[in-house]
Write a protein that binds this ligand. Structure first.
Ligand code: PLP
Length: 396
């Protein structure tokens, strides 16, 4: 009998009791809007902003309605104009090109490497065409950040980091999100903290945070923000900045604060699951595993591997066989966008771009989530099923 995995790839852990209590407490007050505060009350949202900023060593943080909203706000806050080209990874999730398109700017795609990070040679080649890089640490893979910053600094390119999968991660002992001028994070259910929807924007730049606060829909309540610059920073901004509402509310902030305190422990658990899968797939003929640099402190909340020598139909058949055995693999190379995955050539709202190197990589990339409801034993079963299915095809 072939072993079948019975777990659920989309089942999250329940929220900690402390988060449930905090949520009930907010509901009891009836004050859910971030600016609806009792005299002298800092509020859950402002408190969370201070705590998150501190956790990544940033001067300022703004909590917002989603990760995608944080990205679009970041682009607006550094004054990206319509028709301006914004460099970004060819392999990323749809909200990244979506954020660029939302302000009528134009994504200029940069190739990715076999390690699923941005290709620094292609970045160097395209750097003269743009002043902004929206760098996506897609699925938690972090490129050589010193090299990247050397290139972008030399070309006077501002970097916005998309840290949807790198909350709690870092490069060379420096937190992910603290290299660029702005870091953007998501607290959507499938990321590292879970508030259903939500996000953060972090920066050390006082004019960027002031502008972001105003953009997010501050209704001139700047003084209610604790993670904010001096009041005079808002003097000119308040007349010039459109209100594009995307605030976070106290209910979400209340359930995020207890989770943030436990993030480090979750990272350790995720990496144990990741290393379990990796050890079983290591050395299997036909599987290309992603090399993780010793400088990369990653969060193994998902796992990717490449089948470089497999044809389209072979990968299709492998995905089907794995699914029949309970293992849900996401395949970015599928010709139709499907269930969270989409490829750059299905983003028809951006100019068509030739990405020969990325094509080969994306077409052979398989991906799965590792929710913390999985045990180490679950991961052993999952990896063994994948291993068997790959070996069956390579041997024949
Ligand atoms: C999830 C995600 C985002 C944005 O997150 P939302 O909160 O869903 O808007 C951005 N980039 C990447 C790579 C993501 O996976």
């Amino acid at each position: 009998m072939m072993e079948v995995f019975k777990g659920n790839f989309t089942q999250q852990e329940p929220l900690p009791q402390e988060a449930i209590d905090a949520a009930v407490n907010v509901l009891t007050t009836g004050r859910l809007h971030r600016y609806n505060l009792k005299e002298g009350d800092a509020g859950e949202v402002s408190s969370l902003e201070l705590e998150f900023a501190k956790s990544i060593g940033a001067d300022f943080c703004l909590a917002v309605a989603s990760g995608g909203y944080a990205l679009a706000t970041a682009l607006r806050a550094i004054d990206v104009k319509p028709a301006q080209k914004v460099l970004t990874n060819a392999f990323t999730l749809a909200p990244v090109p979506g954020a660029i398109a939302s302000i009528n700017a134009v994504p200029l795609l940069v190739e990715v490497t076999e390690n699923l990070t941005i290709d620094l040679d292609d970045l160097e080649a395209k750097a003269p065409q743009s002043e902004v890089l929206l760098l996506s640490h897609m699925r938690g893979h972090i490129c050589d950040m010193e090299k990247l910053m050397e290139i972008t600094n030399r070309h006077d390119i501002k970097v916005i980091e998309d840290c949807a999968h790198t909350m709690g991660a870092g490069w060379n002992d420096k937190p992910s999100g603290s290299y660029g001028v702005i870091g953007c994070f998501s607290t959507q259910t499938y990321k590292h903290l879970n508030s259903g929807e939500g996000g953060f924007l972090t920066t050390n730049d006082s004019s960027i945070i002031a502008k972001s606060i105003a953009l997010s829909g501050s209704y001139m309540m700047f003084d209610k923000h604790l993670s904010a610059p001096e009041k005079n920073m808002f003097e000119a901004i308040k007349y010039e900045t459109p209100n594009i509402s995307g605030r976070m509310d106290h209910l979400r902030a209340a359930i995020l604060r207890p989770q943030l305190k436990k993030l480090d422990k979750k990272v350790i658990r995720w990496n144990k699951l990741y290393r379990t899968v990796e050890a079983i797939l290591d050395g299997v003929k036909g599987i290309f595993l992603i090399e993780r640099s010793s400088k990369e402190l990653f969060v193994g909340s998902s796992f990717q591997f490449l089948l470089m020598d497999f044809s389209y139909s072979e990968i299709q058949s492998l995905v089907t066989s794995c699914r029949n055995r309970g293992v849900e693999l996401k395949w970015f190379g599928k010709d139709e966008p499907h269930g969270y995955t989409s490829k750059y050539d299905s983003w028809k709202y951006i100019p068509a771009q030739e990405m020969a190197k990325s094509d080969r990589i994306i077409n052979s990339t398989l991906d799965m989530r590792l929710p913390l409801t999985f045990s180490v034993e679950d991961c052993r079963i999952i990896a063994t099923i994948i291993r068997q299915e790959v070996e069956a095809r390579v041997a024949s």
